[in-house]
Design a binder for this molecule. Sequence first.
Ligand code: DI6
Ligand code: FE
Length: 401
Amino acid sequence: MLCDRVWRNARLATLAPNRPGLGEVEDGLVACRDGRILYAGTRADAPNFEAAETVDCEGRWITPGLIDPHTHLVYAGDRAAEFEQRLAGASYEEIARAGGGIVSTMRAVRAASEGELVHAALPRLDALIAEGVTTVEIKSGYGLSLEDELKQLRAARALGEARAVAVSPTFLGAHALPPEFREDPDAYIAEVCEQMIPVVAAERLAEAVDAFCEGVGFSPTQVRRVFEAARVHGLPVKLHAEQLSNLHGAALAAEFGALSADHLEHLDENGVQAMAAAGTTAVLLPGAYYFTRETKPPPVDLLRAHGVPIALATDCNPGTSPLTSILLVMNMAATFFRLKVPECLAGVTREAARALGRLDEIGTLEAGKRCDLAIWNVERPAELVYRIGFNPLHARIWKGQ
Ligand code: DI6
Ligand code: FE
């Protein structure tokens, strides 16, 4: 059988569903044609491939290319000074109320050009790529005006053109209240629903709509309006829910068939049940948990008991998770949230793909999917979760290259 490339003499963590654990294959082989996986499995069962190029993996492990399904990668400026204020005793909410927080990043983003946003975000994207990330979700939400939100989404798209990585852009206009709407938050929500979402949808600048459902963000009633507008324009939704308090955002998201509900430290069993019934993925963000010194972990046992898929992400953002290591995310999820090794690896591959609504395209090593691979210098997959601050990536393949 003709193909472009074969990776042989490899051990595979296929993450294929219906297989236990990591779907491991000893003496495995991956064949690629036209950027797609033609075959991934044992050498013994493989057809005879005639490949233009054959790569000997020398026994290394191959996983699906890693996926970061929740980031705010596109922003300008930094918030290191606020970090110092927090070290001096100020809380995240106090800083936000004093005009810092998300609004200070908004000012920096508004002042930046699209090109400057791309330039600022590239080192963060490159850090993720260096750890085997082949797909990254990127949210807007620091422009908070039509023009500036569009600029952020265009910068996200440009990042995907600048690097060999797939970008999945999300519109997060309802992230924070811009100061010009301080007296009338509902008028800002109207702007998001009536001015921004229609343009974002028409210009195909986002694949989904997100919101921040929180005391310092928007109320469930306001989020509902955003979700209704998204539905009218055919965009799936996801939600920052139950991060600092329980406003029952996850159940609201589930009511709209959300792709995911994210954070979830304060989620209760009703919310878990609603997510399970709707097929909504839980995206856990241990970087934000760590950086804000949260002490209440998300209800992982309940998520498991109800069969809610669990994904993991960096939440890379300047305020609560200045983190650009997906490997460290896995380690933190294991240490803080007690996820098992297969759950951690599935969380940044198969379940992350599910959270993006792209499981038919990426996230496992299965024939027909995009040939996105990460090849690792490890003896066992647990090393990818166990080590702290060490990157054993040997090679990263995107679309077969
Ligand atoms: N939750 C978060 O943790 C970030 N956004 C959100 O909705 C915080 C973003 C920031 O502080 O800049
Ligand atoms: Fe976030």
